[in-house]
Design a protein around this ligand. Structure first.
Ligand SMILES: NC(=O)c1ccc[n+]([C@@H]2O[C@H](COP(=O)([O-])OP(=O)(O)OC[C@H]3O[C@@H](n4cnc5c(N)ncnc54)[C@H](O)[C@@H]3O)[C@@H](O)[C@H]2O)c1
Ligand SMILES: O=C(O)C(=O)C[C@]1(C(=O)O)C=C[C@@H](O)C=C1
Length: 305
């Protein structure tokens, strides 16, 4: 057992999955959950999501040695302000937000002296949300990134790392701004592109009455899955990781214009060499043993090349 009492604030996909993974691993003496809406709390009680579901955040965090903020990034500041006065001395507060520097700025000022803040982000999810969306295997063989603060407590970080490992995750620590840039490339910009592409296809269907979505192939179907993700969560992600996302989108549109021009001018060489480069990237990931979907990920030595 790593913690005596874990409080989960915001009972959706991530909190639900954490609660079930904590139970599976016997990682805490007790999990206590709460959510803003009575309907969410009732559903959580009905499906036995946590050991205890309580009506207020004050009750949830009372006596907890770990408090996990599992709300949309834009709601973190308000929730932190609410829990601040009720936190037990020596407790650790963490979060699972998809953006890290904005959460640090929003939460940090509300936490009292003697409480440890270790921000985190599991790189695992689905397009589903709400208390019924959670499942205990969500974090298995996925990365969780911690972005500890300078001068933070190493013991608090080590315990949180052990919790994520106990829930099946691989864990790495990095600087919050670096996290936000990396995630802008690997998650935030791709989501915006998927949202755009699905919107474009839908417009086209309306305009031409063609069957764009009905006959969509695997790649586009993945886009529609991604574009079904929670609108509140993603609105908050883009508004709070503005600079990094705009930087990546700027680069993306430059490349897109270059490819557009190559198509228009019949520059097959440009297209072929670009696609060759991107194919090599995928092959490199697999050869370096970095594909977390590979059945032997983490169990074989990394390639020396
Ligand atoms: N969905 C993913 O793929 C994914 C993956 C990793 C991290 N995250 C991050 O995890 C957090 C939670 O995401 P989720 O997918 O579990 O979302 P979710 O919509 O499934 O659950 C969020 C819960 O937060 C609560 N909530 C919503 N607005 C609130 C507010 N204004 N004040 C208080 N509580 C509020 C609700 O109880 C809701 O059930 C987000 O910060 C998100 O960025 C999501
Ligand atoms: O698989 C999905 O549905 C996801 O998009 C999960 C995903 C991701 O981009 O990888 C989305 C946002 C989170 O912050 C972490 C994970």
């Amino acid at each position: 057992m790593i913690y005596q009492r874990v409080a989960l604030i915001g009972l959706g996909l991530i909190a639900g999955s954490m609660s079930l993974a904590i139970r599976r691993g016997g990682l805490a003496g007790e999990t206590v959950g709460t959510a803003r809406s009575a309907q969410t709390r009732d559903t959580a009680r009905e499906i036995g999501l946590c050991d205890r579901i309580v009506d207020t955040v004050a009750e949830a965090v009372a006596g907890a040695d770990l408090v996990v903020l599992c709300v949309p990034v834009g709601a973190m500041a308000a929730v932190a302000a609410e829990i601040g006065p009720h936190l037990a001395p020596g407790a650790t507060v963490t979060d699972v937000g998809s953006v890290k520097q904005a959460v640090i700025d929003a939460v940090g000022p509300h936490l009292p002296e003697g409480v440890h803040f270790v921000p985190g982000h599991p790189i695992a999810g689905t397009e589903h949300s709400g208390p019924r969306a959670g499942f205990p295997e969500l974090f298995d063989s996925r990365w969780t990134l911690l972005t500890p603060l300078e001068g933070g407590d190493p013991e608090a970080e080590a315990k949180l790392r052990a919790l994520w490992e106990g829930m099946g995750s691989f864990v790495e620590s990095m600087d919050a701004n670096h996290h936000d840039l990396v995630l802008a490339v690997t998650s935030h910009a791709p989501h915006l592109i998927a949202y755009t592409m699905v919107g474009v296809a839908d417009d086209l269907r309306r305009v031409t009455d063609s069957e764009v979505i009905k006959y969509s192939a695997a790649g586009f179907r993945d886009f529609t899955r991604i574009a079904a993700s929670d609108p509140t969560m993603w609105r908050d992600v883009f508004l709070s990781n503005k600079d990094a996302t705009l930087e990546i989108l700027g680069r993306f549109t430059e490349e897109l214009f270059a490819l557009q021009r190559a198509i228009r001018t019949g520059d097959g060489e440009h297209l072929h060499s670009f696609f060759t480069r991107t194919r090599e990237i995928r092959r490199g990931i697999i050869e370096a043993g970095q594909d977390t979907d590979a059945p032997d990920f983490g169990r074989r030595p990394k390639s020396s090349s």
